[in-house]
Design a protein around this ligand. Structure first.
Ligand code: TEU
Length: 559
C-alpha cells in the first residue's frame, strides 16, 4: 500500500445548517464556519467536509441541488466560500464538499428543461419513461424515503421519471456521456478553485440495473428494497474510474465515498492504491441490525456485534487501503446513544467508544458535536420531526400496526434530526449557536453539555478527543497509530474489545464494553500507558483489571 500524506490526518464533518449562525436567521452559515476555524485548528482537525451548501430548495436539507455552481443565500455567497477556502488554507485545513451527483433537484435547470422537452438533450439526463394510468411501473423498487421510485413528469400525463430518493431528487442518467461530461466539468471547476476534494454522496446508486425490472415484493406495499438492484447492478467501475481519471487524479484531490453494500472483491478497486476514491466510510457498524421491515424492527446493537463488525471491516481492508472510521454522521443518531446502552451513558463510556473507534486503522472522522459527547434529543411529538426519512418510517410503523406512541418511539433512535440539532457552544440562549430562533430546537441538555464547559476541563470528552488526536500526531507513536497492523486480541472474551496495533512499536488498545469490571490477560508486560479514561491501571499476576467501560492504550515491552 502506497503511503499518502492524508493517511496521518484527522477529518471532521460540518453540517453547516447547525454549526454556527453568524447573521441571526437561525440557520448556520459559511461566515459561521469561518469564525470557528481556529476552534477546529485547536482541536487538531486537518480535513473538513461541509455538508451541502449549494443552491437548493432544501427538500432533503441541501442534498437536492438546484445549482452546482452557486452557494445558497441561506449559507452565504461565493465570496464567503472563497474566503473560507483561503482562511482554511492559511491554517493548513483542507475543505471538502459534498458531491451529490446521483441526483439533482427537480428545480435544477436540467430537470426543468427535461420537463419542457423530454425528447431533447436534457430529457436524456434523467430516466424518463412512457407510462399511462393502469400500466405497471417499469420496476417496483421502493425509494429510500418511501413509496415507488417513479413519479409523473410534471406537465406530462404520459411520462414518469425515476428517483431513488425523494421525488424532488430526480436521478441523473450516468449512462449518458453528455451528462457525465457536465459532472466532470463541474467537479473540475471546484477543484480548480482550490477545493481539497469531495465526499461522494450516495455514489453507489449511480449504476442502475437496466432495463428496469421487478423483484419480489418485501412489504404489503408491493415494493421491494432498492438494495436488491444494487446487488445486481454491475459495472459502476466504468463510471467511477472515468471520473477519477478526468477529475480527482489530475488534481490529486482527496475523496471519500459514501459506499454501502460494496462487494468484498471490489475493495481494491474502490480504495486500493489507484482506487476510485482515496477512502470510503465504514458503515458496517451503522447498518447492524437493519431490518427490511423498517426502523421499528431494528434491534439495539450489542458490544459483541460492534466489535465483530469493526474487526471484519479491518480484515477486509488490511493492506489494501484506508477506511474512514466514524461513529455518527448527519444521517445517524449520536454514536454514544447508539452503541452504549442508555443506562450506561457516562463520561467514561463516551470516552471508551471514542477511543475504540479512533484507534482503529484508517482515517478517523469526527462529526460536529461528537467531540463534546453530544446526545440525541428526545422527540416528544411527531409534529417536531423535520427529517423526511423519519416521517416516512413513522408511517411504516403505523402501517405495521404500531400505536402512535410506539411508532414515535420506534423512530427516535434513527431519526436523522438526532445529529442535526445545533452545535452546543456554551450555556447562553440557544447554546450560543444563534441570536435568532434555531431552525431545529437545541438539545435542552446544552446548559451543562457545551464546549465552554469542556474547554478547560481536562477530564472532558473534548479534551479526550484532543488527546486522541495528539497521540495520532505524536512523532514517537505516529507510525504505529497510523499504519500499525490491527490484530484482534482475545476476540472471544465477551464485552472486551481489544486489539494490537503493530508497527514500529507495539500497542495494545482495550475497552471494557460493559458496566461490570473484568480482567484481561496481558500478552507481555505493559510499558507506557498512553491513554486511560480512568485513573487506575492495576496489573496483578499478568492480569489487567479493567473497571466498567474503562479504556486504555499502552505499549507492550518487547520480549
Ligand atoms: O445518504 C444516502 C443513503 O444511502 C442514506 O439514505 C442512508 O441509506 C440512510 O441515511 C441511512 O440511515 C446520502 C446523504 O448522506 C443523505 O443525507 C441524503 O438524504 C441522501 O444521500 C440523498 O442525497
Amino acid at each position: 500500500m502506497i503511503r499518502k500524506s492524508w493517511h496521518e490526518k484527522v477529518a471532521y464533518q460540518i453540517y453547516p445548517k447547525s454549526f454556527c449562525d453568524s447573521n441571526g436567521d437561525g440557520v448556520g452559515d459559511l461566515r459561521g464556519v469561518i469564525r470557528k476555524l481556529d476552534y477546529l485548528k485547536g482541536l487538531g482537525v486537518d480535513i473538513v467536509w461541509l455538508s451541502p451548501i449549494y443552491c437548493s430548495p432544501l427538500a432533503d436539507q441541501g442534498y437536492d441541488i438546484s445549482d452546482y455552481y452557486s452557494i445558497d443565500p441561506l449559507f452565504g455567497t461565493m465570496e464567503d466560500m472563497d474566503e473560507l477556502l483561503a482562511q482554511a488554507k492559511r491554517r493548513d485545513i483542507s475543505i471538502v464538499m459534498d458531491l451529490v451527483v446521483n441526483h439533482c433537484s427537480d428545480e435544477h435547470e436540467w430537470f426543468q428543461k427535461a420537463c419542457a422537452d423530454p425528447d431533447g438533450r436534457y430529457g436524456k439526463f434523467f430516466y424518463i419513461r412512457d407510462w399511462k394510468e393502469g400500466d405497471p411501473l417499469p420496476c417496483n423498487w421502493r425509494s429510500y424515503f418511501g413509496g415507488p421510485c417513479w413519479e409523473k413528469l410534471p406537465g406530462h400525463e404520459d411520462k414518469i421519471y425515476f428517483h431513488a430518493f425523494h421525488k424532488k431528487q430526480p436521478d441523473l442518467n450516468w449512462e449518458n456521456p453528455d451528462l457525465r461530461e457536465e459532472v466532470y466539468k463541474m467537479v473540475n471547476w471546484w477543484l480548480d478553485k482550490g477545493l481539497g476534494g469531495f465526499r461522494l454522496d450516495a455514489i453507489i446508486n449511480i449504476k442502475k440495473l437496466l432495463p428496469f425490472r421487478d423483484f419480489p415484493a418485501d412489504r404489503e406495499d408491493g415494493l421491494c428494497s432498492i438494495d436488491l438492484m444494487l446487488e445486481q447492478a454491475n459495472g459502476i467501475g466504468q463510471f467511477l474510474g472515468e471520473m477519477r481519471d478526468r477529475t480527482f487524479a489530475p488534481h490529486n484531490a482527496f475523496t471519500v465515498g459514501e459506499v454501502f453494500n460494496e462487494k468484498p472483491e471490489e475493495i481494491p478497486d474502490f480504495i486500493g492504491d489507484n482506487g476510485y476514491f482515496s477512502s470510503m466510510f465504514d458503515f458496517a457498524e451503522t447498518i447492524l441490525n437493519r431490518s427490511i421491515k423498517g426502523w421499528y424492527d431494528q434491534a439495539p446493537v450489542t458490544a459483541e456485534q460492534y466489535k465483530a463488525a469493526c474487526f471484519q471491516s479491518q480484515k477486509k481492508t488490511a493492506g489494501i487501503g484506508f477506511l474512514s472510521n466514524l461513529i455518527e454522521n448527519h444521517d445517524e443518531s449520536r454514536g454514544v446513544c447508539r452503541y452504549i446502552p442508555e443506562e450506561d451513558l457516562s463520561l467514561t463510556s463516551k470516552k471508551m467508544l471514542a477511543g475504540l473507534y479512533f484507534m482503529l486503522r484508517g482515517l478517523p472522522w469526527i462529526y460536529q458535536g461528537q467531540e463534546l459527547g453530544m446526545e440525541n434529543p428526545v422527540v416528544q411529538d411527531v409534529s417536531q420531526v423535520n427529517d423526511i426519512s423519519a416521517l416516512d418510517q413513522y408511517q411504516v410503523a403505523l402501517d405495521a400496526g404500531l400505536s402512535p406512541a410506539q411508532a414515535l418511539k420506534s423512530i427516535q433512535m434513527h431519526c436523522r434530526d438526532n445529529a442535526r440539532t445545533p452545535f452546543q457552544w456554551d450555556d447562553s440562549p440557544n447554546a450560543g449557536f444563534t441570536d435568532g430562533t434555531p431552525w431545529l430546537p437545541v438539545n435542552p441538555n446544552y446548559k451543562t453539555l457545551n464546549l465552554a464547559a469542556q474547554l478547560d476541563d481536562e477530564d472532558s470528552v473534548y479534551n479526550w478527543y484532543r488527546q486522541l488526536i495528539q497521540l495520532r500526531k505524536d512523532p514517537v507513536w505516529k507510525e504505529t497509530v497510523v499504519y500499525g497492523e490491527l490484530i484482534p486480541y482475545l476476540a472471544e472474551q465477551k464485552n472486551l474489545m481489544a486489539y494490537y496495533r503493530k508497527g514500529e512499536k507495539t500497542l495494545l488498545v482495550a475497552g471494557n464494553f460493559q458496566r461490570q469490571p473484568q480482567t484481561m490477560a496481558l500478552p507481555a508486560p505493559a510499558g507506557e500507558v498512553l491513554l486511560n479514561n480512568l485513573d487506575s491501571f492495576r496489573v496483578e499476576d499478568g492480569q489487567l483489571y479493567l473497571e466498567g467501560y474503562q479504556f486504555v492504550v499502552f505499549s507492550l515491552e518487547e520480549k
